[in-house]
Design a protein around this ligand. Structure first.
Ligand SMILES: Nc1ncnc2c1ncn2[C@@H]1O[C@H](COP(=O)(O)OP(=O)(O)OP(=O)(O)O)[C@@H](O)[C@H]1O
Ligand SMILES: [Mg+2]
Length: 262
């Protein structure tokens, strides 16, 4: 059981800017939650507070019922994947994947056999087995992003956090990786929080979406529920209108010439 709770969480940066306001949100065990909203609405701030990379200035964050406000990032048992892959360029893919495991200390320390086993498993899952001896620069963007994902998953995190992990990829790869990420989630069942400003990405990936605007939660529900029953004008325009416009564009594009002339 790995749940995450935000209870009345606030973030005021040192310059006085209130980036997140009274955020109350629960993420259930094994759930895939997408944090969706326009640039600057507080998505990364929210994720970074959960990861322990930013202090909260009010409220509580709990992982598995335990308050983690003051727990250091490394002790929270989370895996993170960012937009920039940040792989070690001089290390092979195998060593990039195993690095975090080799660094584990104390009671978490793993022996060499266990490390090899886990790297092999994750490489198979992500179809990287043929690339383990290569360096990152010898891989495509999509393969590099899969290594970044593998590096987070190989540690078997309690919760997987992803912040716009696909925005550096072209449309085709983004589509492929999106399916890959959802498939992995269904296979592994890791509680996942995924940040994006892309409405289609949110709709296709999420069990539930949490829509933010100006640091405030607007709606938190299943994606289709938000689409059919938007909570307010912001959700109506940011989510529903955006999707309707896309559908209209696609329909216009595929209209037969005789229909256009009618
Ligand atoms: N260190 C900081 N000091 C002051 N303000 C900050 C700081 N970091 C972020 N902010 C502000 O907080 C707000 C939320 O930032 P955040 O990075 O969480 O947005 P975001 O939703 O992730 O946006 P994007 O989609 O562009 O990544 C923004 O207005 C940003 O300018
Ligand atoms: Mg961000």
């Amino acid at each position: 059981m790995v749940s995450v709770e935000f209870e009345q969480v606030n973030k005021q940066y040192e310059d006085g800017f209130q980036a997140v306001q009274n955020l109350t949100l629960d993420i259930k065990d094994k759930e895939f939650l997408v944090l969706l909203g326009p640039s600057g609405c507080g998505k990364s701030t929210t994720l970074r507070m959960l990861a322990g990379l930013e202090d909260v200035t009010g409220g509580n964050i709990r992982i598995d019922g335990m308050k983690v406000n003051h727990l250091p990032a490394g002790a929270r048992g989370l895996g993170m994947v960012f937009q920039s892959y940040a792989l070690y360029p001089h290390m092979s893919i195998h060593d990039n994947l195993s690095f975090g495991l080799r660094m584990m200390k104390g009671t978490d320390k793993l022996d060499g056999n266990e490390i090899s086993k886990r790297v092999k498993e994750i490489a198979q899952l992500l179809e990287l087995d043929d690339h383990l001896d290569k360096k990152p620069k010898e891989l495509s963007g999509g393969q590099r992003q899969r290594v970044a994902l593998g590096r987070a998953l190989v540690r078997r995190p309690k919760v997987l956090l992803m912040d716009e992990p696909l925005s550096n990829l072209d449309a085709e790869l983004r589509h492929q990786m999106r399916n890959e990420i959802r498939r992995l989630h269904d296979e592994l069942g890791t509680t996942t929080i995924y940040v994006t400003h892309d409405q289609i990405e949110a709709m296709t990936l999420a069990d539930r979406i949490a829509i933010l605007d100006k640091g405030e939660l607007q709606q938190h529900c299943a994606p289709m529920e938000a689409y059919h029953n938007p909570a307010n004008d912001f959700v109506r325009s940011f989510l529903c209108k955006h999707i309707d416009d896309l559908v209209d564009t696609a329909n216009a594009l595929f209209k037969k010439p005789e229909e256009v002339n009618e």
